[in-house]
Ligand binder design. Structure first.
Ligand code: PLP
Length: 472
């Protein structure tokens, strides 16, 4: 077993200035919060409370320094503690804290829009600002409904999504998400969303090549459109890399071929880049630069403000809006919007976030350290409990199984939780997705910090294996 990397053991923060709650108060008050994805039937173990962050690190209330492996939730792209963002937020809040997007505009919003449109693929030059990723997804789907209604195609509304995809927590977004476990005891939009296969190459039959697997996936999409009828299918929604589904990179050619099928049948292609946009894979948007596609709409959030304040954005192609403008339909109001669409404070955070990505050359940095990150994590595949290591850029999954001939999601997810606990004791946050330890650290991560992250994860995998191994 590898020696525990002593130098990586949690380091105590020296500047904890905020008065702390007592442990008893914290526990009592914490009971009153209903957290996302909480099992309300059992009382949960207390959460770790965080007090501050700096770069790739966060500090807990005991003062321990932890590497933020998931980058918050795939969102803290420029890293923690960026005073420039804090200052821009403060300046805007003090100057003008709110502007109604129904009635007024702001130069900062236009400047941000111009900058974003310069980065988007093809003709996706129109921006609809939202409050988060779920509302961006919801807005994209509602735009598809609206677009087809205006075109006189009221039946063209069905949506095709993928199993294990994740598209958010609003009614429509959750209905598109493809994890069956997340749907128990929850209602979904009935008969509206149809799920096709997760494009995970590891799932293919042992004797099937990746090329044939890709042919099957593309054929499955077309068969689904034909089965439902092209006049009934409005959109296909897909993450370029399935994030919460366990960092699934589809086979080469998959994105372009699925887009061709959509174009052939007049089905809008929505690329859900809530995780992959703003540098995660070394480009502002992954759709075109990495996967060679110009979709009809792109949804984003997270890295748009690096999580400092909530914000999302939906990018819509000029083609769709031009088409609507040319139809002489009365009352073409897109009756969709949020009080906080393009909130001034979020706009300033997004502008400054872009400044940092550009000034620190973070896209180039990700392209430089991404292969090293994948290579170092890839070395963990030599451990018996590691089934597969996969990823792209600074997004990766280390999928665990105690028996690759007999994978068992419940058992292997329990194992990943043990890895999570041990990692955190040693200074790394993991927060596994089922049986996969997913990693999406801040884009500023250095080679040395990648080494720290991988060393801690290796130790945790080894210790967890010893804990569940024979005789334990
Ligand atoms: N789409 C994708 C691909 C996501 O990963 C997420 C969140 O993780 C969402 C949509 C929903 O975003 P939010 O949680 O900001 O509403």
């Amino acid at each position: 077993m590898s020696e525990k990397p002593n130098s990586y053991l949690p380091i105590l923060a020296d500047n904890m200035t905020t008065p702390q709650l007592t442990e008893t108060d914290r526990r009592t008050l914490d009971e009153k919060v209903v957290y996302p994805w909480e099992d309300v039937s059992v009382s949960r173990s207390p959460k770790t409370f965080l007090t501050r962050g700096e770069g790739i690190y966060v500090y807990d209330n005991a003062g321990n320094r932890l590497i933020d492996g998931p980058g918050g939730m795939w969102c803290v792209n420029v890293g923690h503690g960026k005073t420039e963002i804090a200052e821009a937020i403060a300046e805007q809040a003090m100057t003008l804290g709110y502007v109604s997007p129904w009635s007024f505009g702001m130069d900062h919003t236009l400047r941000l829009t111009q900058r974003l449109a310069a980065y988007t693929p093809g003709d996706l030059n129109h921006v609809f600002y939202t409050t988060c990723g779920s509302t961006a997804v919801d807005s994209a789907l509602r735009f598809m409904f609206f677009y087809n209604n205006c075109r006189g195609l009221p039946d063209k509304k069905q949506i095709i999504a993928r199993r294990d995809g994740y598209h958010g927590s609003t009614f429509l977004g959750a209905s598109c998400s493809g994890k069956t476990e997340d749907k128990s005891n929850m209602d979904m939009a009935k008969g509206l969303v149809h799920h096709i296969s997760n494009p995970k190459p590891l799932n293919r039959p042992h004797d099937m090549t990746v090329e044939v697997f890709c042919d099957r996936l593309v054929a499955e999409l077309e068969e689904k459109i034909l089965e439902l009828g092209p006049l009934s299918v409005g959109a296909f929604i897909a993450e370029p890399v399935l994030g919460s589904g366990g960092v699934v990179v589809p086979p080469p050619g998959y994105h372009q071929r699925t887009l061709e099928v959509c174009r052939k049948h007049d089905v809008l292609y929505i690329s859900d880049e809530v995780v992959t946009a703003f540098g995660r894979l070394g480009s502002m948007f992954a759709s075109e630069e990495i996967y060679g596609i110009v979709p009809d709409m792109i949804t984003t959030a997270k890295g748009l403000t690096s999580g400092y304040v909530p914000m999302g954005a939906l990018f819509i192609s000029d083609r769709l809006l031009d088409e609507l403008r040319e139809l002489s339909v009365d009352h073409t109001y897109f009756t969709n919007g949020f009080t906080y669409s393009g909130h001034p404070v979020a706009v300033r955070a997004a502008e400054t976030n872009l400044d940092i990505i550009e000034a620190e050359r973070l896209l180039e940095h990700v392209r430089e350290v991404g292969p090293y990150f994948q290579q170092r994590l890839g070395e963990l595949a030599e451990l018996d409990v590691v089934w597969e290591v996969r990823g792209e850029g600074l997004m990766a999954a280390v999928e665990c199984t105690l028996d690759s001939n007999n994978p068992d999601e419940a058992r292997d997810s329990e194992f990943a939780l043990i890895v999570d606990r041990i990692s955190q004791e040693n200074g790394l946050i993991v927060r596994p997705v089922y049986n996969s330890c997913v990693m999406s650290p801040p884009l500023t991560i250095t080679r040395e910090e990648i080494d720290q992250l991988v060393d801690i994860l290796r130790c945790a995998l080894e210790e967890a294996s010893a804990e569940v191994g024979p005789g334990n």
